[in-house]
Design a protein around this ligand. Sequence first.
Ligand SMILES: *Cc1c(COP(=O)(O)O)cnc(C)c1O
Length: 393
Amino acid sequence: MSVPAFHPPVRTLMGPGPSDVNPRILEAMSRPTIGHLDPLFVHMMDEVKGLLKYAFQTENAMTMPVSAPGSAGMECCFVNLVEPGDKVIVCQNGVFGGRMKENVERAGGTAVMVQDPWGSPVDPQKLEEALIANPDAKIVAFVHAETSTGAQSDARTLVEIAHKNECLTIVDAVTSLAGSPLKVDEWGIDAIYSGTQKCLSCTPGLSPVSFSEAALEKVRKRKSKVQSWFLDLNLVMAYWGGGTKRAYHHTAPVNALYGLHEALRIVQEEGLENAWARHQRNHLALRAGLEAMGIEFVVEESARLPQLNAVRIPEGANDAATRSRLLNDFNLEIGAGLGDLAGKIWRIGLMGYASRAENILLCLAALEAVLADQGAKISRGEAIAAASQLLAD
Ligand SMILES: *Cc1c(COP(=O)(O)O)cnc(C)c1O
């Protein structure tokens, strides 16, 4: 029996990622596959590196996409920088800090956890105290934009504190890159990783990373080999290093990289500052609509991520039924809560190409219709007007 072709519906992706993919990117990905050592492809790889430097706001030579999703970029940072016996301070305020701990331990390091409540940003004072208590710590790791809670931490301050104590920094920027202000060189970040499917609005499967000279120095001075062959920066860089010396390491995902190339061109065309401002403006419009409905935000105003809106599920609403009706009747995906927040919150993404006026109005109208049908405790008839007013400004 033959299996029919898979034809996915066109959805509006307003969850924690993947986000709506710009059609220009899908078109770029369907172009002819060429060899990964073809000079034309090698030239395009160099352009991807240059465009990534712009997106990260860095001059780091070691800036490139790892050929696997964001989690692989995370692993790439930890396996290269953490040597057996290294003490690493991990600031956790959500799901992804927990994965950092797991990475430290699997690389043979010791993780010292600095915990903050889910929904709060990382507290710089707690980091300072942890560094005083652990003067032998070598690395500080934290998540810039916690996608599991919608909280943004003050990366610049946390890096400053780490450096004062002679620690290198590993920063998770999977959700912040191209959505919120992020300046790798100005803030002095040593190792950073991101993903393609959040505010870059590309397909999932690649992880942009960047390493400072200080981070590379630590990798070069390692006493033991990096335990992952695939993610060993010494080997990966010989492939991504540029010029004619390119050595075969693995086969780059050729068409996926066409997509990233186009995604980064789109970021450059719009301009990073404009992209950050658009995310903020659209967040305020969505927020006005949700609050007019009587729906509350989880994170305090000063730490809210514009690209990931975590809101409390209103009284009388059925979590799973709401999300499934949005998906089936409106082709609209929003995210559920994770861990302790499961069943209590929704995560509404406005990432990259998904951060558009039409998506905000669709989401507000659909959510209101579904919640009204359920008899949930919301105010009706106010949300669209409240959001439109801000969108028109
Ligand atoms: C999505 C995400 C990741 C993991 O990325 P994958 O591409 O799913 O592997 C890591 N950290 C944060 C903050 C994320 O939002």
